[in-house]
Design a protein around this ligand. Sequence first.
Ligand code: FAD
Ligand code: NAI
Length: 467
Amino acid sequence: MPDTYDLIVIGSGPGGYVCAIRAAQLGLKTAVVEKRPTFGGTCLNVGCIPSKALLHTSEMFEQAAHGFADFGIKVKPELDLEAMLAHKDKTVKSNVDGVAYLFKKNKIDTFEGVGRIVQAGEVEVTPEKGEAMRLSAKSIVIATGSESAPLPGVEVDEKKIVSSTGALKLGKVPEKLVVVGAGIIGLELGSVWRRLGAKVTVVEFLDRILPGMDGEVAKQAQRLFKKQGIDFHLGTKVTAVETEKKGLRVSVEPVKGGDAEKLDADIVLVAIGRRPYTAGLGLEEAGVTLDERGRVATGKDYKTNVDGIYAIGDAIAGPMLAHKAEDEGTAVAEILAGQRGHVNYDVIPSVVYTEPEIAVVGRSEEELKEAGIAYRSGKFPFSANGRARAMNATDGFVKVLADEKTDQVLGVHIVGRGAGEMIHEAAVLMEFSGAAEDLARTCHAHPTMSEAVREAAMAAWFKPVHI
Ligand code: FAD
Ligand code: NAI
């Protein structure tokens, strides 16, 4: 069969759609196969975008209910959940429509259906209705993403026992929400429903929240979430969820042994991680190997073990983040177009969009210690920042970690309002191998929250001024 395309991308999430657009921009004849009726993958349809819409609107509700009064604004907000969810749906629609527009603009052919790799260079597309068809291409990029990891013995029905997908469209505010897993999804979506009135209890297997993040940051965040009313059961496992007439009964017990307990809930959110999604792709038949964790194994330049087949995003190793998938999509498109695509895995920011936000780029103190790297830590609290005081946003701090000898910044951690925006000056600095002194000597506008970033850099390099 002659090659119809230079490239077929399977999956239109942030990895797949960015890859397709960049490939088309670089002159490759490109097709995308997507099984959902809309483009944008997990991120745009049931992930980043709808969750951020709800995080924003629920935070506005909380501010109106509890924050405005301190500023001399008297209001009694009333929740219209239907309208709040409609705003979220509208946001999703404008984003997924945006991807469809970009595909058209870049002359990318799209095929709706499940894509299966028949062999290198050949993809079968099976639509929900109608005949399967075959496409051919010089290269195939697997960008099929991930799905929620199941909790053994607990069946998700997306109504009472939900994954993140169900938690984004609850018809009413639960009275009691039990969240299994104190990771990013549990904390973001737990925050949404707590702000709207639910009593939220988070059950976490480990003895800390946000595993993988800097320990001091996680501790501070937990303190703040607790102050907001979230209950944490750490070092605890869920052994069963029973459906009773009155609601759900969640059986929990300490991981290290001890008395079991039952928690009442009307909704249980299972958020214990995500796993790569490769079902129905035909990888085994095509001879594409997976790694020990079920991810598509890739080597140099995102190549799988089969020539002409590449993989990116949540389906492969690395952090399951939209921007990581996007950057890999760009890199592989550039590689296929004969350029030198590349991703700097040392500088991938990660943001938890709670209030305050938690943002990190680079390494944690634990990681530096483990690697035996001598470092200096500079910290600055938002309580000493003028703008934060003006906004009643004094919770949190900035921490800059710099190499003891060279002063090169190795990690920046921010807990604070707008941390997800502030982190990028650190990312740019690190991309250019900048030092704490470089950041400390860069003039920052006053009064801004970002001055705290500069002060933390001053603290790492020499001394902060305002504390
Ligand atoms: P996906 O976005 O999962 O896209 C894969 C696509 O492939 C899907 O549309 C799927 O239908 C399609 N597909 C799969 N198999 C086939 C097949 N055989 N044929 C055709 N199509 C197929 N990350 C962030 O960086 N920031 C956030 O704020 C954030 N928030 C999140 C909130 C939630 C609730 C969730 C669940 C995730 C969130 N993430 C966030 C993670 C982010 O969504 C993922 O990292 C990102 O979507 C991965 O992109 P991807 O392109 O690899 O895969
Ligand atoms: P996660 O990996 O972030 O957290 C899962 C948590 O569940 C961990 O703390 C883990 O210890 C715990 N856990 C695992 N098994 C358990 C069990 N049986 N009982 C109790 N606790 C258990 O996964 P999460 O929150 O589901 O999110 C998946 C991924 O989606 C994230 O890792 C992230 O990559 C991505 N995401 C990113 C967001 C962002 O960037 N803002 C937002 C939401 C998701």
